[in-house]
Design a protein around this ligand. Structure first.
Ligand code: PEP
Length: 248
């Protein structure tokens, strides 16, 4: 079964609302590709203007974060129903910056995955190892455990629509990319983990992205690998290069 490629930009804490609209206009003609799902995951304040700016185009809107309750006394947070009403379809969960800077653990990440599915949002679930784990050689065990924790009580039907992003932390924003073979090794292992946890059909359906300094120059080689179904792109998603990755 051919999996549909998914190229998602993670804008992180970049672009004011007017800058976000300008970026959408700059990228509009560059990101056209009917064979690819194109997603802009944008800061919360940019969601409404970006949803408006990409209306009628092939671009889907994603969020970078949300909280698991629908409403209430959670100062500073944003809920799944808020995202849905604003036109969001995807949400990044478990990014290493959320894990490391904001202290999100796998219990919360698992709750977010379940809440996203219950709310009709598609999670882009991030996993990946630190440089220390890569050097120690225990990275595969670590990532397997992240997947098992983060998907606790998530059903096979849900996982079939899930997007998993393998993002080695040592390659995020560093300019250092995992080689295509290193990325493929882990993406394959993630698919095998899904097969063990669920079944072959679920493993075949789940889409797995690579993320970590992907750019116009290295995207084609990474995306040619059997178990790499797309990319989660930080820095290069803010530039015309993003169009080259979509069309790599
Ligand atoms: C990311 O943070 O998801 C990411 C992949 O960033 P970059 O492409 O800048 O390494």
């Amino acid at each position: 079964m051919a999996r549909r490629r998914i190229i998602a930009g993670n804008w992180k804490m970049n672009k004011t609302p007017s800058e976000a609209v300008a970026l959408c206009a700059e990228l509009k003609d560059l990101v056209v590709n009917d064979a690819v799902d194109v997603v802009y995951c944008v800061p919360a304040i940019d969601i409404v203007p970006v949803a408006e700016a990409v209306k009628g185009t092939n671009v889907h809107v994603g969020a970078e974060n949300f909280y698991i309750e629908d409403k209430g006394a959670f100062t500073g947070e944003i809920s799944a129903p808020m995202l849905k009403e604003a036109g969001v379809e995807y949400v990044i969960i478990g990014h290493s910056e959320r894990r490391d800077i904001f202290g999100e653990n796998d219990i919360l990440i698992n709750a977010k995955v379940k809440k996203a599915f219950a709310s009709g949002l598609t999670p882009i679930l991030c996993c990946g190892e630190s440089l220390a784990l890569r050097k120690a050689g225990t990275y595969k065990e670590w990532i397997k455990r992240q997947i098992e924790w983060d998907l606790t009580d998530v059903t096979a039907d849900q996982v079939k629509t899930l997007v998993i992003a393998y993002e080695p932390i040592w390659a995020i924003g560093t300019g250092e990319t995992a080689t295509a073979d290193q990325a493929q090794e882990v993406c394959k292992m993630i698919r095998e983990t899904i097969a063990e946890m669920y079944d072959a059909a679920t493993a075949e359906a789940v889409r797995i992205q690579y993320g970590g300094s992907m750019n116009a120059g290295n995207a084609a080689e990474l995306l040619a690998k059997e178990d790499i179904d797309g990319g989660l792109i930080g820095g290069a998603s803010l530039k015309p290069d993003f169009g080259k990755i979509v069309n790599a």
